[in-house]
Write a protein that binds this ligand. Sequence first.
Ligand code: KIV
Ligand code: ZN
Length: 535
Amino acid sequence: MKTQTDRIIIFDTTLRDGEQCPGATLNVDEKLIIARQLARLGVDVIEAGFAYASLGDFEAVQKIAQTVGTEDGPMICSLARAIKADIKAAAEAIKPAAKGRIHTFISTSDIHLEYQLRKTRGEVLAIAEEMVAYAKSFIDDVEFSPMDAARSDPEFLYQVLERTIASGATTVNIPDTVGYMTPSEFGDLIRGIRENVPNIDKAVISVHGHNDLGLAVANFLEAVKNGARQLECTINGIGERAGNASLEELVMALHVRRQYYNPFLGRPAESEESLTNIDTRQIYKTSRLVSNLTGMLVQPNKAIVGANAFAHESGIHQDGVLKNKLTYEIMDAKLIGLTDNQIVLGKHSGRHAFGARLKELGFELSDTDLNKAFVKFKDVADKKKEISDWDLEAIVNDEIQQAPELFRVELVQVSCGSNACPTATVTLRTPEGEELTDAAIGTGPVDAVYKAINRVVNVPNQLIEFSVQSVTAGIDAIGEVTIRLKHEDRIFAGHSANTDIIVASAQAYVNALNRLYAALQTKGENSATAVGKGV
Ligand code: KIV
Ligand code: ZN
């Protein structure tokens, strides 16, 4: 049986490795929203989580398997250590998916064996073999990862791969766990595996890598040239430490430079057929969604999805682009789903026009969500004459993709200015439906608002990040506020958009507090005296 594919399989691990980065914690509903968008994007495999890690993770993997893992949808995968209980939980969680995969792993580098696992090579080899066979007893599609493969002795790695493939692994994934490799070394590693693992033709070679030296994408592209056919990546490159290889960069490199990569996949150089299954026009929307829900901002100069990625500032460049785009552009912004930001709607636009434009932008909303978004649209249109595509996107993201609404902002009022003491009054509706009002002074209006909110919600936390960005140009632009706060060792993100940035700041903060409050409730920590009673 030959399983090397003639195109590249995109394995998205935003919801597993991506979610592992500090503060990117998502709740089950948010994971579902992202999984649905990943399916629209066209990823082949969604690594939905680590089912054994917590009840929340298990529930998320299972729900994604149930709702997104349809016959024509992506394959749903759960991570599992090479331990029976992990593998069993993974198998149970992915059961509802039409196509499911168990991804099991154990370290193979001497440094991990000696200091972390405290096991011999022989013991690791036996565990890997046995656990792959155990996973295989639940499902046909089994992926095995020798963790820290890039720093493992190649001879031992070949042996582990040969034995795990013999035990039933259908994909063998080669992780550069610590982001140590350079492109030519990683390419050589993959070539070595192809040349030295006798049964390698029975499995797909996958790669997984972290971006500690900023080389993850370059390493993967070199791996493709040497036979890797599955790429494990995340949206916006989020993930542990410096993150994972970024999906959008990999996909667009393979698309824009397909004539260069085609021959490595046995195709004629001039073939126009896509090398992946990704619908590139969904890239920008997916990036914004993941950034909003995780609170992980995208740096402006980030390739493909950064705010400046298609902006031309220098006069010479602008002159060239006006004469012919090809002078300074290697891809059309429309290819990743960036619209021309047309002014499309205004305060007289009706629900039908609003819904129709959202559909054109690729948003599929339920009637309830459409109604909610329309109310917000009318509110914004009252303050801002012209509503652009980017405004619409901010409205939908803000109104629909929210954290559980436990506390709700009913009123925000500030008084500030030169020679004034910034003072804020806020009224919040509590989860019990009570309206509580409090006031505070601060070093600025936002500080005063946050202090007043804290007096009502009363959950200790530390604000660690606050950012305001405008969605469009102009004095009446919608401002988007993203914040991250810390409670004990956990980080919670909040996001909101409004033409009034003080209101957006208050809503983003309450949004993050709602996530924190929900997490405390799940842990059963919220004693009535500690939380939500005001002072
Ligand atoms: O980075 C890594 O090695 C991993 C494995 C679990 C694949 O995330
Ligand atoms: Zn990883």
